[in-house]
Design a protein around this ligand. Structure first.
Ligand code: AMP
Ligand code: MG
Length: 490
């Protein structure tokens, strides 16, 4: 495959290829018929040191189609395994190819991956392709998550391929250019532990430490891998707390979809919850509700225990000692998660300090919300705006009494109304990617009308802004709309 002439700011290396060869397969993207740019993320391009204007030119956008390679690219598919709905299996990038790692102007390394770029040795019979809907969905939601301040992989561009792909019906094919701190997953470690020797496992752990936790290099080697596990646990506890706080439901928290960096990854069947109900599930394949909203923290902990299993040989040579250290680390997830979550909830309620009754106050509100099927985002929006209109719950005596207790709690902390208002505004999004809005944008996109998507993305860029233009995007779907269902993006 030909490298393109014009550089557009690409500075790619591929440190992943320094790992033992079991961790990847060299494979080039499969070219497509007729690439057309749907969306390019200008602010992200700039952060990566790329020239957006040049990337939009036809020969540069051939890169996003996999028709040409940027200078320095060295494409690979990564090998990994994972527990899918609790069952262990061999996986790997079946429809994604890593072009390389971009050295950003600030010296960071960011993976540049094409998703939907053709089959790889790990494809297991799939076509390696992706449809426009799921790729744009990932673009919209991952960028919304970023704007919400939640660690996430990002979306640099989506192109249509000019080729149809066949699922239940014929759909326009598309490729997403995804950007990540790395694509190391819990499942990458499971793969190493299952099929590699200790040296290979250690090489992977050292790579992850170098890339994401380099401060651990100061620690004595014999304690380093336990500390590594503890750092991943911390990042994931913080991440899942952030998901809970905005009502984000990942939908497919398999261990291959959990990163070592602590970024949210794999926006397949994810969605934001409207009505507050801890048993909410959107994914059509999650029939048991394994990945329901309320189960996310427990599942994260279970996944991290799988990481701990994989790391045992590095944690201590004596297996029993390794197990007991790992168990202690995993038990630490719950208190960490609880403290991140409680701090976040207090901020949502405008609370700066701590009182013994705070957790009860939070719990009472959530109980009322669940009982009256209140909208999650709009409840906190109303509390922030101090405007209690169109929701049944606000008329209930229980809520009015709760509100009085909350107001008294706020008065006891010696903060001005303005301080409290500011804290609440930056903790409660005024808008989230509402499912009906996302669907409307995607539906228009299949007719090559990208205007709704562009507007939605622009609204979601500043989710903590309480401006009049946000109003329309805060409204709920019509009451008679059917239960929202999501599908894996295959
Ligand atoms: P995901 O749901 O994206 O986490 O995918 C789970 C696994 O199935 C990964 O190994 C994917 O690479 C693989 N996969 C999903 N869709 C396809 C496809 N269209 N062609 C080939 N492999 C796929
Ligand atoms: Mg995945």
């Amino acid at each position: 495959m030909q490298n393109i002439e014009k550089n557009s700011g690409w500075r790619l290396i591929n440190t992943y290829k320094e790992l033992p060869s079991m961790f990847y397969s060299s494979i080039a993207p499969t070219p497509v018929a007729s690439p057309h740019l749907v969306v390019l993320n200008h602010p992200l391009a700039k952060d990566l040191g790329l020239e957006a204007k040049e990337l939009e030119q036809q020969d540069a956008l051939e890169i996003f189609a996999g028709n040409k390679l940027p200078v320095g690219a060295s494409p690979i598919a990564q090998a990994y395994a994972g527990h899918q709905f609790g069952h262990f299996t061999m996986l790997g990038d079946g429809r994604a190819i890593l072009l390389g790692e971009q050295i950003t102007p600030t010296g960071k390394l960011m993976d540049i991956q094409l998703k939907g770029s053709g089959p790889t040795p790990y494809s297991r019979g799939g076509d390696g392709r992706a449809a426009i809907g799921p790729m744009l969905r990932e673009y919209i939601i991952s960028e919304a998550m970023f704007a919400l301040g939640i660690p996430t992989t990002r979306s640099l561009a989506v192109i249509t391929t000019g080729e149809d792909i066949y699922r239940e019906s014929s759909l326009p094919g598309a490729v997403l250019a995804r950007v990540a701190a790395s694509h190391l997953r819990v499942g990458t470690f499971q793969y190493a532990a299952r099929w590699g020797n200790t040296d290979e496992l250690k090489a992977l752990a050292d790579y992850a430490i170098n890339r994401h936790y380099s401060e651990l290099l100061k620690i004595k080697a014999e304690n380093r891998y336990l500390s590594f596990l503890i750092e991943v646990i911390k990042n994931q506890a913080r991440l899942v707390a952030q998901w809970q706080l905005v009502g984000f439901i990942h939908g497919v928290m398999n261990t291959d979809n959990m990163t070592i960096s602590g970024e949210t990854i794999d926006y397949g069947p994810c969605a934001f919850m409207d009505t507050y109900d801890t048993s909410t599930v959107f994914s059509s394949i999650d029939r048991q509700g394994r990945y329901a909203y309320g189960n996310q923290p427990g599942i994260a902990q279970w996944n991290l225990a799988r990481l701990a299993d994989a790391l045992l040989p590095l944690i201590d040579k004596q297996q029993e000692k390794a197990i007991s250290l790992a168990e202690e680390a995993i038990a630490g997830f719950e208190p960490l998660f609880n403290s991140y979550w409680t701090e976040g909830m207090k901020a949502k309620l405008g609370i700066f300090n701590s009182e013994a009754q705070d957790e009860a106050l939070i719990g009472e509100l959530l109980k009322l919300m669940q009982e009256s099927r209140a909208d999650y985002t709009n409840t906190f929006r109303a509390l922030t705006l101090d405007k209690y209109e169109d929701m049944e719950m606000f008329k209930a005596t229980d809520f009015i009494e709760w509100r009085e207790r909350w107001q008294k709690r706020l008065e006891r902390q010696g903060k001005t109304k303005a301080d409290i208002g500011k804290l609440m505004m930056k903790s409660n999004p005024s808008v989230i990617p509402r499912n009906h809005r996302v669907e409307a944008a995607l539906e228009a996109a299949t007719r090559q009308d990208y205007s709704a998507m562009a507007e939605l993305v622009s609204i979601l860029r500043n989710p903590y802004e309480y401006t009049p233009e946000k109003e329309a995007y805060a409204s709920l779907p019509p009451a008679n709309s059917c239960k929202y269902q999501t599908f894996c993006g295959t």
